[in-house]
Design a protein around this ligand. Structure first.
Ligand code: ZN
Length: 357
């Protein structure tokens, strides 16, 4: 049996399948219900957040032969889902052929759709279009033929000329929050009958940074790494991250002035393929939580029972001003880390600054 990546297998088939974009689901559901469909939309948001997925759902809603928005059974719905519908024309403005495609688009716009009720142009990374392409696009947006709809997707909304944005409805897609990604992944893994550690899934959800596509790809990768089972250790190695208890250990060693063991710990974790930027962010996250423990009495922390007492103990031994100083030192060190090749060296310098403060 051929293997189908999770990201394709679980691609949303209708608006209700979308995770974390409720504002868009209700806007589109209402628009279709009231039959008030605009001729041009802009979807902005970061990579892997579902812009083209929404465009395909929109195309289905407009063109479904059974007229019930999305039936997922008719030829049109099936073809759009399989990415081979002739009247959904995708143009990648980031590619060199983008400009030629826009010219062709303008020339062909007058022709009626081949199969569907509407011809839908999806222009990805639309902010990359040249000035002349934007002018050509503007011309058609000013007097759009009734059989045409435009879906413009972008990661940089502010780079699109005002004359274009003012003729479109704009939706900003939100990064999906970690809890939603976590429960989504757990749900899928349960369906797929794949065993997993809770913590492993938390790490994946965290690394995905709001993108369900990234989360699913990382999950696929973890399944292969772990030979069909997703464990915490597999994910830690795969992502180059460090377990929370090690991060806390590093802070404990800084507080107890134990330079020897601190350097030994850094040496031992550096034998793994560590993502040092993430390492520093993880220390920041823990310091942030220690600060919260110190200032809020009943904050609901998502730590297990072995971890929380250690954080509480650290919070008792550090003053707020010292924690804030640690955070400042890490933030300024982080900038250097981004531009230097020998990242371990910078990490050691930052931690030595903390221990000597
Ligand atoms: Zn259909």
């Amino acid at each position: 049996m051929s293997y189908k990546p999770l990201v394709f297998k679980y691609r949303p088939e209708c608006f209700n399948d979308l995770i974390g974009q409720d504002h868009i689901v209700s806007a589109f559901t209402n628009a279709f219900y009231l039959n008030k469909i605009h001729h041009a939309y802009i979807f902005s948001g970061s990579y892997g957040i579902g812009k083209t997925t929404i465009a395909r759902l929109f195309a289905k809603s407009l063109n479904c032969i059974n007229n019930i928005n999305i039936c997922n059974v008719c030829n049109t719905c099936v073809e759009i889902q399989n990415n081979c519908f002739v009247d959904l024309i995708e143009i990648d403005a980031a590619s060199s052929s983008g400009v030629d495609n826009i010219k062709e688009l303008i020339e062909n716009a007058q022709y009626f759709p081949v199969k569907g009720k509407f011809k839908i142009y999806l222009i990805d990374e639309v902010h990359m279009l040249s000035r002349s392409s934007f002018n050509a696009l503007l011309k058609i947006l000013e007097e759009p033929p009734l059989h045409i709809k435009f879906l413009l997707a972008t990661t940089e909304y502010n780079k699109i000329p005002k004359v274009i944005t003012s003729r479109c409805l704009h939706f900003h897609l939100l990064k999906v929050d970690i809890d939603k990604i976590t429960s989504y992944l757990k749900n899928i893994l349960t369906k797929e009958q794949i065993l997993f550690d809770e913590q492993a899934i938390n790490y994946i959800a965290n690394t995905a940074n709001g993108s369900l596509r990234d989360a699913l790809n990382l999950t696929d990768q973890a399944i292969v790494f772990g030979n069909g089972k997703i464990t915490k250790n597999i994910v830690i190695t795969m992502l180059g991250i460090i377990d929370i208890s090690q991060i806390i250990l590093i802070i404990e060693l800084i507080i107890s002035n134990n330079t020897n063991q601190l350097m030994n710990t850094i040496n031992s974790i550096s034998t793994n393929n560590i993502n040092w930027e993430q390492f520093l962010i993880d220390i920041l996250l823990v310091l942030h939580d220690i600060l919260l423990i110190k200032t809020l009495s009943n904050y609901n922390f998502n730590y297990n029972k072995n971890i929380l007492p250690r954080l509480k103990s650290i919070s008792k031994s550090l003053s707020i001003s010292i924690i804030e100083k640690y955070i400042d030192l890490i933030l300024s060190g982080y900038q250097e880390l981004l531009i230097v090749n020998n990242k371990k060296l910078i990490i050691e310098i930052i931690l030595l600054k903390l221990i000597n403060y």
